[in-house]
Write a protein that binds this ligand. Structure first.
Ligand code: NAP
Length: 279
């Protein structure tokens, strides 16, 4: 599955094709970002910008089989293998309970990912990253599997959060951090909470709303973006959703690879988010 090589098109490193496996596993990634921890995100999208599709029969939105790709999933896992903590959302935990999520939060236990567990051990990291869930509604259940894996589960919620649900999530084993004021959790508050908990590398595995929150508050450092050379049309989401960014958020391309190894080609791009003073 990972045998076909990929071709570097832009960025550091030697010219000529290289193996897909290890592309992101072997990177020496930062552990400090602009707002404390280094915060990085990853999406797979189609050429027409879809990260999700609404199933026309069930009405359920999710990462359709026409968007997901096993070679991209390998890179998703490689990026996750560097993380101290994963950022997740209330929506993701609802999908998980409904059986419509792509997978339980990494790292996967498949034989294909054993090298990533070994890489974590060599770096002195815990077997699995902890989890920080961003949610206003608290309308989900803390998955027992995550607790069985010995992971710290933190929930960051608003001042308006329902006290009964706060108690329920705490009883399920999570630590709930509730804002003093405000209806939305801000990116600054996410970064501040990560710092106070001692996390240095946070991987954003959420959808477009949490991503918007991080970019709007200038705390996101890096975006990894897979673009499949495929059109799907239909109804669905893009990787950022929310009010217009004023000013726009600009990014600088750091590396780009072409992968023709799947049934359809794809680009793997890495972008640095620019601070206003860098522009
Ligand atoms: N292709 C890809 O790479 C990829 C990656 C990720 C997701 N997806 C897909 O994208 C689709 C859409 O995801 P989504 O719209 O659910 O996005 P999301 O950003 O993962 O989750 C949105 C939820 O996060 C919480 N939230 C977001 N911002 C918040 C804030 N500032 N303060 C408090 N809570 C906040 C809310 O939870 P509560 O409702 O609990 O308050 C909200 O409902 C899904 O189908 C997913 O599968 C695709």
């Amino acid at each position: 599955m990972y045998d076909d090589p990929i071709v570097p098109l832009f960025g550091p490193g030697p010219p000529g094709s290289r193996a897909l496996k290890g592309l992101y596993r072997d990177l020496d990634l930062p552990d400090r970002g602009r707002a404390g921890p280094w915060i990085y995100a990853n999406f797979v999208q189609t050429l027409d910008g879809r990260i999700s599709l609404v199933n026309e029969t069930t009405g359920i939105e999710g990462v359709a089989g026409s968007i997901a790709d096993p070679r991209d999933w390998r890179l998703f896992q490689e990026l996750a293998s560097h993380a101290d903590v994963l950022l997740s959302s209330g929506r993701y935990l609802r999908d998980l309970k409904a059986g419509t999520a792509q997978d339980i939060l990494p790292l996967g236990g498949d034989a294909d990912f054993l090298d990533l567990h070994a890489a974590r051990r060599e770096r002195g990291q815990r077997p699995q990253p902890d989890v920080l869930v961003i949610s206003a509604s608290l309308d989900f259940v803390v998955p027992q599997l995550l607790l069985d894996q010995g992971r710290g589960i933190h929930i960051l919620t608003t001042a308006d959060a329902d006290p009964k649900r706060v108690r329920q999530r705490e009883a399920e084993g999570a630590t709930v951090h509730r804002l003093d004021s405000g209806e939305r959790v801000s990116g600054q508050r996410i970064a501040h909470t990560l710092t106070s908990l001692g996390y240095r590398r946070a991987y954003c595995a959420t959808g477009p709303w949490v991503f918007h929150t991080l970019v709007a508050d200038d705390v996101l450092d890096t975006l990894f973006l897979t673009t499949r050379h495929r059109l799907v049309a239909g109804n669905g989401g893009t990787f950022v959703a929310g009010p217009v960014f004023e000013p726009p958020a600009d990014l600088r391309l750091e590396s780009l690879y072409l992968d023709q190894g799947s049934n359809v080609g794809q680009f793997y791009a890495r972008y640095q988010v620019l601070s206003p003073e860098e522009e």
